[in-house]
Every structure is written in C-alpha cells, then in structure tokens.
Design a binder for this molecule. Structure first.
Ligand code: KPL
Length: 300
C-alpha cells in the first residue's frame, strides 16, 4: 500500500516506521526539516520495545501528494491545516490517529477521500531526528464513521501484516470516547506532576486520574456511548501500566514548551458536559491548570 504519514512526530514516526518494515508498503513521512534530513541521510531507527531500521521517503512538503492511505498524526490544533494540505493531493482513505475528538469531522469537511477514525495506544517518543523509541506496546483501532467498512478492513489488514496489533471495529465512537477518557486521566496529570505514565497508578495522582476518567465516561454515556465508569477506569489503568515508563504526549509538549492538546481532551469533556447540564469538576480544574501554564508561557 502507498502510505503518507502526515505529521510524523513521535507516534507518526513509530507507526510509519513499523509499516515501512513490510516491503509491500511504500511509506512517505511528512515531518519537520531536521527529522526529514536525518531520515533521508540514514533512515529511521526504531528503538526500545520494538527495533527496526527502515528507509521511508521523507518530505517537509505535504501538498500534492498521492497515496492509497494518508495517516494523520498531527496535534488536534493542527488538523485544519493538515486537511488543507491533504486536499491538494489525492488519497483513497484518510485515517486519523490523533488524540482528542472532532478530528475526523474536520478532515471529512475538507477532503473527498473516505475518512476513517482510529486510535493508537503505542507509547512513542522521538529521541532525536531520525530516531524514535517505542516506549510501550499498544494497539491500533481502525473504524468507519458509517459505511465503507471494506476500506477499514483493508487498512486493518495492512497494519496487522506489518506487525502492528490492530483491531477493526464498527463501534468506533465508543473506542474514541474510551481513548478520550484514558487521555483525560493520564495526560494532564502526568504533564502537571512531571511524572511517567505509571505514576498515575499511585495516589494521590491515581485519585485525580480516576476522577477525570470517570467524568469523561459519564459524559460519553450522556452522548449515547455505552462506556461504564468501571470499564473506562480499568482501561486507563491498563494503559498506564502498559506504558508505565512512557512520557505522555502532553508531558512531552510541556517539557518542550509547546501548546498542549488540553482543549481537545479535558476541554472537550467539559464542553460536552456543559451542553448536557453535567458537572465535570476534575476535568475543569485540570484544563484550567494547563491553560494557565500555556498562558504564562505565551502559548495561548
Ligand atoms: O495516548 C497517549 C498519549 O501520551 O497521548 C498515551 C496512551 C497516554 C500514551 O502515553
């Protein structure tokens, strides 16, 4: 399969690199200049829980590309810009593997291609240009947003054939809310406390993370998604255990002085709660703290 990974930072480089291990795939990474130069010169090195050295193509210019599949892994704040660039090219399917909600709608509004929704729970950190570390094994979930399941099946088979743990689902809303509930618990707590994911398994961080995850599950149910508090908390704790040594993406953003995805994660939970007359005090507090940090650092 011809595959473009748009926004090859940590997760995008890991997923793109793993797909490039299969000679049946032609992978192009769209990434920042320093990463592109390193990949062009010496290839992409995957270290940690999975190891490989692959030679995907790499470019900084995401316009006018053509492929069977574009995988979007940019931060949710950059989805509209990614959609505008992808709209100048041609793709059969576009798969969002991003944190937060609403990314697929933004992509579908701008693109002719079939947009698939997905989640990825692999832990990844870009150690230096050209090098990505897999810090936790996880799973990719691919699903349709209504119809077109044959494309989702084909994408799922391609991922599985490259050795990625993959599930194809026709209940992707539930999986997206479950991932949101996981991120709502782990990401802000690890970013604010400056700790690895595994630290949310211990109090007092555990109580805060559980509170945020439970609130997200309650809001999911108010949005007609069948996700119980118990299931959401169990999944959050399983992901924290599986990625115990991982630096969450929000903590990576804070450490690098970049804007975080707080609006698309805890902010999204608070907004949907408000619309339905619910309270989400833990998510509200976590969002307020991260937004304060962003303001103090001139990031909003
Ligand atoms: O999705 C993640 C993230 O860091 O954004 C988890 C699953 C928490 C892994 O770190």
């Amino acid at each position: 399969m011809d595959i473009v990974v748009f926004g090859a930072g940590s997760l995008g480089s890991l997923v793109g690199g793993l797909l490039a291990r299969d000679s049946a795939n032609d992978v192009t990474l769209v990434a920042r200049r320093s990463h592109v130069e390193a990949v062009r010169e010496s290839g992409l090195r995957i270290e940690g829980e999975l190891e490989a050295r692959v030679r995907p193509a790499a470019t900084t210019d995401g316009r006018e590309l053509a492929a069977d599949l574009a995988i979007v892994t940019v931060k949710s704040a950059d989805t509209a810009a990614a959609a505008a660039a992808l709209a100048t090219g041609s793709f059969d399917a576009v798969l969002s593997l991003q944190n937060g909600m609403g990314n697929e709608e933004t992509l579908a509004d701008a693109l002719d291609a079939t947009v698939l929704a997905g989640t990825a729970s692999y832990g990844a950190i870009r150690r230096e240009p050209g090098v990505v570390e897999c810090t936790g094994l996880g799973e990719v979930v691919v699903g349709t947003r209504g119809g077109e399941s044959s494309l989702a099946d084909r994408v799922g088979q391609t991922f599985a054939a490259s050795g990625l743990e993959t599930t194809v689902t026709d209940d992707v809303s539930r999986r997206l809310w479950e991932k949101l509930a996981v991120n709502a618990g782990i990401n802000p707590v690890t970013a604010l406390a400056d700790v690895d994911n595994g630290a949310v398994l211990e109090d007092p961080a555990n109580a805060v993370a559980r509170g945020a995850t439970r609130e997200a599950a309650r809001v999911a149910r108010a949005c007609d998604v069948g996700l119980s508090d118990g299931e959401a908390v169990a999944t959050m704790e399983a992901v924290a255990a599986d990625t115990a040594g991982n630096v969450s993406s929000m903590r990576q953003d804070v450490l690098a002085g970049r804007p975080t995805e707080i609006d698309a994660i805890n902010g999204y939970v608070v907004d949907r709660a408000e619309e339905r007359g619910l309270e989400a005090p833990t998510n509200r507090t976590l969002a307020a703290l991260l937004r304060t940090w962003e303001r103090e650092n001139d990031l909003r």
